[in-house]
Design a protein around this ligand. Sequence first.
Ligand code: GTP
Ligand code: MG
Length: 458
Amino acid sequence: MTQPRKPEGRGQTDDSGTRGAVATRAFVVSPVLAADRRAAESGTTPARSPEARSEEAVGLAEAIDLQVVSAEIIPVGTPRPATLIGTGKLDDLAARVAEAEIEVVIIDHPLTPVQQRNLEKALNAKVLDRTGLILEIFGRRARTKEGRLQVELAHLEYQRGRLVRSWTHLERQRGGGGFMGGPGETQIEADRRLLQDRIVRLKRELETVRRTRDLHRSKRRKVPFPIVAIVGYTNAGKSTLFNRLTGAAVMAEDMLFATLDPTLRRVQLPHGTTIILSDTVGFISDLPTHLVAAFRATLEEVIEADLVIHLRDISDPASSAQAADVEEILGDLGVDVADKKHVLEVWNKIDNLDAEKRRALLDGTRGAEAPLAVSAVTGEGIDALLAQVEARISGVVKAITISLTPAQMPLLDWVYRNGDVTERSDNDDGSVTMTVRATDAARREISERLGSRPAEEA
Ligand SMILES: Nc1nc2c(ncn2[C@@H]2O[C@H](COP(=O)(O)OP(=O)(O)OP(=O)(O)O)[C@@H](O)[C@H]2O)c(=O)[nH]1
Ligand SMILES: [Mg+2]
């Protein structure tokens, strides 16, 4: 068995309980199944080491202010259906849980409801699996009404999935004389209906909130500025970069899922192009599917973005596994990650690398197609990033020259609001000729409204 490890870094919790209230003491247990290990070693996807996974689980636990007393990796040969972990290891764990006065045990592996219940009994502590933990974090972070509703919905869907599973399980057990003494079939049916009712009600409420937001969005969409969305694994430095580029003060913390609700800000690029920059929720491996689905609507900023910045923490040893996870989720959202014109990969935290690694990395990033390397903290590479973003966006924003006849003057105000007017001359015949910089969408609309195809400039 692996040595219990005292986690370092990140610690916003300590023994003295700096937050006044006494922190809840927790163990983080990462079961490593022999089958999972073999799959990882056969290497179809970039693998994370069990240590990296464990460290991430500690970060997740700390994100809900648990005081992680110990983190350990437990190899599991054959998973036990009742408890996942074998009896000997479980007894050993239970003794240490009691001794260290642990209230919560995080098991970084999916648990069936039965396993969760049995483990709670055996350990005499609350047990949360990875999905439960992530849902917990999201529940705490949600700020907007929509965010809260989305998390609640994901929670209910998660519960429903588990109810169904345990129900099937019990049905299989029927006649076998009561297995775990769980709720009876009718009770579960009733629970399920109750859940279903709440899900339906919640979805309706969410729909109302979304309609209002869509209204705001379509108003914003008329604004001629292209949207650039920063996405990436949780803790990659998205908010730090966002703050650096916008001068805003969005919460950037060494904490997983510091950002939940998307934040938008207007930014002016060096050559005058204005963009709307969006900071979004971080991604994580094994992100519960309910959660991805629930956040789909908020992630529409990403789906609709004119440019997606995929920010990676290149100093994290798990960086390539994280990038693979992010690309998978982006793909699920309908973003074509292979389209390098649309998705710009940026390597962050280069200040964290030692000189040798850094040189090796930067030598590899010289080519035109190579990712940009930056440090959101020191500001290194940021000018090059801005130039790159502007170059990409200039393909989206183009200048057009239009003329409004005196009869079309009522449209003048609209043009000003929907484009960036860079030149204007008022002609003797009462018409107005102007040069307008506008996005693809806005240009289309201008030509529709004017009933003519405006001349496009380079
Ligand atoms: N050394 C170094 N640290 C950085 C850099 N960029 C961000 N960080 C740190 O990384 C941690 C996470 O930064 P955030 O900006 O909150 O990351 P995020 O991607 O927004 O995270 P979530 O919102 O939780 O998904 C913070 O402690 C930052 O100070 C960088 O370029 N170099
Ligand atoms: Mg953030």
